[in-house]
Design a binder for this molecule. Structure first.
Ligand code: PRP
Ligand code: ZN
Ligand code: MG
Length: 213
């Protein structure tokens, strides 16, 4: 049987549309029926898996998928054995600290001995350590923006793109701690045959990117 590469893509969210667009611009066709979680390409040796973005590093590490498209925020946060192969330049966003709109922000020292809710405990604790701030990190996997209003935390650290999620939850962005964009990640243990397919894919991706510059 012909070797195929399994590519994990976000099922729905900030990255999905642009990820699909890139695949299309690379000339790779596949049937993306609604609700379908797996799809084969008929003109490139690839199979697509549609997953939750936060789960993608784990699937790539476990060999369920060979490569994946995730935000750099997810690839830097993970402790799974995967690596970034290439930056993709789309779905740019930032990881920021935010506080209730009514709080008068006077600087980073304000976070001393405070509770911060986040889905990015590793990136946040590294940042706080560098800045010499001691705060309690409350890890939650989703809907982080609700934490201050229900008394779970004083502040949050989460992804901001348009800023509308912060706004609708009565929060304001006060510090950017990390800038992110979509990246291609790969398993550390690709077979030679799959590495060859990845090289072909990368060649196409770079051509698409070059055409845009
Ligand atoms: C991020 C973040 C907010 C939203 C912010 O989620 O958690 O929900 O994007 O975007 P906005 O500033 O444009 O309102 P992400 O895309 O990482 O998805 P997930 O939380 O479902 O994993
Ligand atoms: Zn996510
Ligand atoms: Mg979110």
């Amino acid at each position: 049987m012909e070797e195929k590469i399994r590519i994990a893509i976000q099922k729905s969210g900030r990255l999905s549309e642009d990820s699909l667009k890139l695949i299309k611009e690379c000339g790779i066709q596949f049937n993306n029926g609604t609700g379908k979680l797996k799809s084969d390409s008929d003109n490139f040796p690839a199979e697509f898996l549609f997953l939750r973005d936060d789960d993608i590093p784990g699937y790539v590490a476990d060999g369920v998928a060979d490569i994946g498209i995730v935000g750099e925020n997810v690839s830097v946060e993970t402790n799974k054995p995967v690596h970034t192969v290439h930056k993709l330049g789309f779905s740019k966003c930032r990881l920021s600290l935010a506080v209730p709109r009514t709080v008068e922000y006077t600087g980073l020292q304000m976070f001393h001995n405070k509770n911060i809710a986040t889905s990015y405990p590793r990136i946040l604790s590294t940042y706080l350590q560098q800045e010499g701030i001691e705060a309690a990190i409350h890890e939650i996997s989703g809907s982080v923006e609700i934490a201050p209003s229900i008394g779970l935390a004083d502040a949050i650290c989460d992804i901001v793109s348009s800023g509308s999620t912060l706004m609708s939850n009565g929060l304001k962005e006060v510090e950017v701690i990390f800038r992110s964009e979509a990246v291609l990640i790969s398993s550390n243990t690709l077979s030679a045959a799959k590495q060859k397919i990845l090289d072909q894919l990368l060649f196409r991706i770079k051509a698409v990117q070059a055409a845009k510059n």
